[in-house]
Design a protein around this ligand. Sequence first.
Ligand SMILES: Cc1cc2nc3c(=O)[nH]c(=O)nc-3n(C[C@H](O)[C@H](O)[C@H](O)COP(=O)(O)O)c2cc1C
Length: 349
Amino acid sequence: MAGVTDRPFRQLCKRLGAGYAVSEMVAANPKLWGTDKSRRRLDHAGEVAPIVVQIAGGDPAHIADAARYNVDRGAQIIDINMGCPAKKVCNALAGSALLADEALVAAILAAAVRAAGVPVTLKIRTGPNPARRNALAVARIAEDSGIAALAVHGRTRACAFVGPVEYETISAVKRHVAIPVIANGDIRTPEEARSVLARTGADAIMIGRAAQGRPWIFREIAHYLATGTHRAGPTVLEAYGLIIEHLADHYEFYGEDAGVRIARKHLSWYTGRLAGGAQFRGAVNAAGTVGEQLAAVTRFFDTLAATNERLVYVEAPNDLPGQPCAAREHLYRRQSDNPSSWVGEALAA
Ligand SMILES: Cc1cc2nc3c(=O)[nH]c(=O)nc-3n(C[C@H](O)[C@H](O)[C@H](O)COP(=O)(O)O)c2cc1C
């Protein structure tokens, strides 16, 4: 996830039970490889295997070059992005816009598999729009091209993050091909994880937004799937310790200035739905140094620990921006088209 799954966050998720974590998308276009952001996205030092790098682009030759380039720098699996719905990505004919051109899909996948020399996986949506759900055709192309596994976000490109997830389309994809299929979309709780696995027959599930500010969701889901019982959420003290470790890794990765700035969104996700989260956000935004930011975090968790043993969410922790709601759709579209949002950032990287 662009703007989310940087190396420190991937490490944390893997430590907390994620079996797999994919890099932020990197642009296939070599003109975009020289920036600080791109260099950081190529830094996999100390990362727990498998190291998976996602590439976004629409030119088979660029995709092949980017696959080789990333494999030379440590990628053990290459993932191709045909899932991003944002205008900026789609105007450049990349992301989910590619789904409308099956011949180009085939050319890109063949080029990637030929060039990579490591397993290549693919992330798609169910089609360009509700009138053209071609996930089955694309899945067959993927299988024929030698794609090793296929992740499906159960919405079309036109649906962005709005409306119900089509788990039945994911189930049809699973029955249509023999390669492993990973189900994705709106999975927020252990019960939803189990139900999506059962409904789709998928080989695995992929969690996106529900992990933001809640990386321990992976061990909670893994525990539930293994035992049918709930593992308690972290205590306030454990959560504090994990967040401090995340921050330490994060500051080391980004340096102080960028580190403090980029950490704000993670801190907002961690605390936004906890008592006092809104006031804390103000304090964190005012903190300009590592020392000030850590002090604000410590004050917040000290206060929380005085009243609660475990994290207690004042709003449902599983509230995702993806329900059929005009206001949310508007927000999402605004974010997608904003060059400084995650999509713009990823492309400018
Ligand atoms: C902030 C953000 C960044 C994302 N970045 C990417 C990306 O770089 N590549 C990708 O394949 N999907 C990306 N996605 C889509 C997610 O991987 C996932 O398919 C989608 O959020 C639905 O899953 P969820 O309901 O579990 O969040 C992103 C989503 C969000 C909200």
